[in-house]
Write a protein that binds this ligand. Structure first.
Ligand code: AMP
Length: 537
């Protein structure tokens, strides 16, 4: 057979050749809609690649993006890797300290940024010594601010004759940072091959089932795990893509679903909870014009969400994955694909509640103390994975303890597998908090709270929240005689954390309960305060 590298370059050529006329729809912040074709996107991606090389980008160097989901971000998805560069998507919801750390750790030399996010860059710029070039995309339509290179005119200076480098399939194409379970954010570098193979699996009928007849609504932020791979599987299959820009509230999404006949989307449970709340309140008889499938993941969805969406004819499935695994790599599926829903046994009927079966490019096992546990549906242990789209290291960070001696990634999630191969996540590394799809690390909050005068002990726990999934709540023990001033404590934290990372409540306790081995009894605390924030699920 021919030596044929599986690269994003190949995807770029293919989409231009095979699906050149297919639309990519972008909604701008002012609500106006821009329509491009895959041909436009691929050609502008090529120009961007040439322009980056002209500007001095060398193979393997990182180009950061601070962008919403839109056509120019998609061009960067194709163009940066085509230049031999590494697309480093930045999460603009992170705290300024984390962003500075991540950009310096990644050694970003160039930044492509939306004009609407420029103030964020301006607040950071004095702490980014390695950054040489900032190019501003005029997403708002208001024009490029003075003193910056305008994305479109910058690209128009491209030497279109410039040759692009040969890319090998194992070259790095993109980089994402994860909050992970402890400490500083960690970088995961994805190869061209991993992203292409993931796109193939995602497109399979037993994956997300992405095809040419689909209209895909790209809700997952393109800075989160390569937008869960959907931009690539849409490009691979020629599905129409709708990119919502900054507005992903329920009404805006419903508007796009209706206007474009969306058939497939994906996103964290919070997004779909908001959508179903809005439908139940305002449009109880709403139905999608075409069959609508949604994949949710990133956090455990409330079980009731499946039935609530089904009432509107929306088919919700669940996937599981991590930044370390490129994106979602297991998908819920019935055990007997031939059986109708009504013929399924009771225990099989809720197959959607489980995290599902692995895609063909990954292996999943449950292990504890170096021993693989039986797939009996009850033996719980750490979920470990390996495969084509699973990372074998963190970027420029040595953390060998995250892999087993025989080369599997230790995910930190606790789960089971059953005889049909279904993965079920029981809990994740106890102390992490996932709010609106983003991680909050309790340890960091605890350390900062303990810095505050008069606080002796502190534990931050996750408390269920209807809108955000979970929110942090701080439990503190005050030093004798101290009188807790919650507002002052929150002001103290506000300097170090982004607003969404701050605790929703601070409760003073006489003592923090411990387990038999002297650890904070987090599970017990979670149970005790499960309804503190009024969650109904
Ligand atoms: P991230 O790296 O931000 O994508 O987060 C990955 C983590 O999210 C996993 O290790 C799990 O703890 C959690 N997660 C992802 N999908 C699910 C799911 N379907 N159910 C429960 N937890 C999930």
């Amino acid at each position: 057979m021919m030596d044929f590298p599986l690269t994003l370059n190949w995807l770029r050529h293919r989409v231009q050749r095979e699906f050149g006329a297919t639309e990519v729809v972008t909604r701008r912040p002012d609500g106006r809609v821009l329509t491009h074709t895959y041909r436009d996107i691929a050609l502008r991606g090529t120009l961007l690649a040439q322009r980056l090389i002209q500007a001095g980008l060398r193979p393997g160097e990182r180009v950061a993006t601070l962008m919403w989901n839109h056509h120019a971000h998609l061009e960067a998805y194709l163009g940066v890797p085509a230049a031999g560069g590494v697309l480093h998507t930045l999460n603009h919801r992170l705290s300024q300290d984390d962003l500075v750390y991540i950009m310096n750790h990644a050694g970003d030399r160039m930044l492509l940024i939306d004009d609407t996010l420029l103030s964020l860059y301006e607040a950071l710029k004095d702490r980014l010594p390695m950054l040489e070039q900032v190019v501003v995309f005029n997403f708002s339509g208001a024009g490029c601010p003075e003193g910056y290179a305008d994305h479109d005119s910058w690209i128009s200076q491209t030497d279109a004759a410039l040759a692009l480098p040969e890319i090998a399939e194992n070259d790095a194409a993109s980089l994402c940072y994860t909050g992970g379970s402890t400490g500083r954010p960690k970088g995961v570098l994805y190869s061209h091959r991993a992203l292409v193979m993931h796109a193939f699996c995602q497109a399979m009928v037993d994956g997300y089932g992405v095809g040419r007849a689909d209209t895909v609504l790209g809700v997952v932020p393109m800075f989160h795990g390569n937008g869960w791979g959907l931009p690539f599987s849409a490009i691979l299959t020629g599905a129409r893509l709708v990119l919502p820009g900054p507005r992903v509230d329920a009404d805006s999404l419903l508007e796009l679903i209706e206007a474009y006949g969306v058939t497939l989307s994906a996103g964290v449970p919070t997004v779909w909870l908001k959508l179903v709340n809005a439908l139940e309140k305002k449009s109880p008889s709403w139905r999608p014009a075409r069959r609508l499938r949604i994949v949710t993941g990133g956090a455990a969805p409330p079980e009731s969400l499946f039935a609530r969406l089904a009432r509107f004819g929306i088919d919700l499935r669940q996937g599981w994955g991590m930044t370390e695994t490129a994106s979602v790599i297991t998908l819920s599926a019935p055990d007997d694909p031939g059986a109708s829903e009504s013929a399924l046994a009771d225990e099989d009927r809720n197959w959607r509640y489980r995290q599902g079966k692995p895609m063909p490019i990954v292996d999943v096992r449950i292990a504890t103390d170096g021993r693989e546990l039986p797939a009996d549906g009850v033996s719980a242990g750490e979920v470990q994975v390996r495969g084509v789209c699973v990372t074998d290291s963190y970027y420029a960070q040595h953390l060998p303890e995250r892999w087993t001696d025989d080369g599997w990634l230790r995910t930190g999630d606790i789960g089971t597998r059953d005889a049909h191969g279904n993965l079920q996540i029981l809990e994740r590394t106890e102390d992490m908090i996932k709010s609106g799809g983003e991680w909050i690390i309790p340890q960091e909050l605890e350390n900062a709270i303990l810095d505050y005068p008069g606080i002796q002990e502190c534990t931050v726990i996750a408390v269920p929240h209807d809108k955000w999934g979970e929110r942090p709540v701080a439990l503190v023990v005050e030093a004798r005689g101290a009188a807790l001033d919650t507002a002052a404590l929150l002001r103290h934290l506000a300097g170090r954390f982004a607003k969404w990372q701050l605790p929703d409540a601070v409760l003073a306790l006489p003592e923090i309960p411990r387990t038999a081995v002297g650890k904070v009894a987090r599970r017990e605390l979670r149970r005790t305060y499960a309804h503190l924030l009024g969650a109904t699920h």
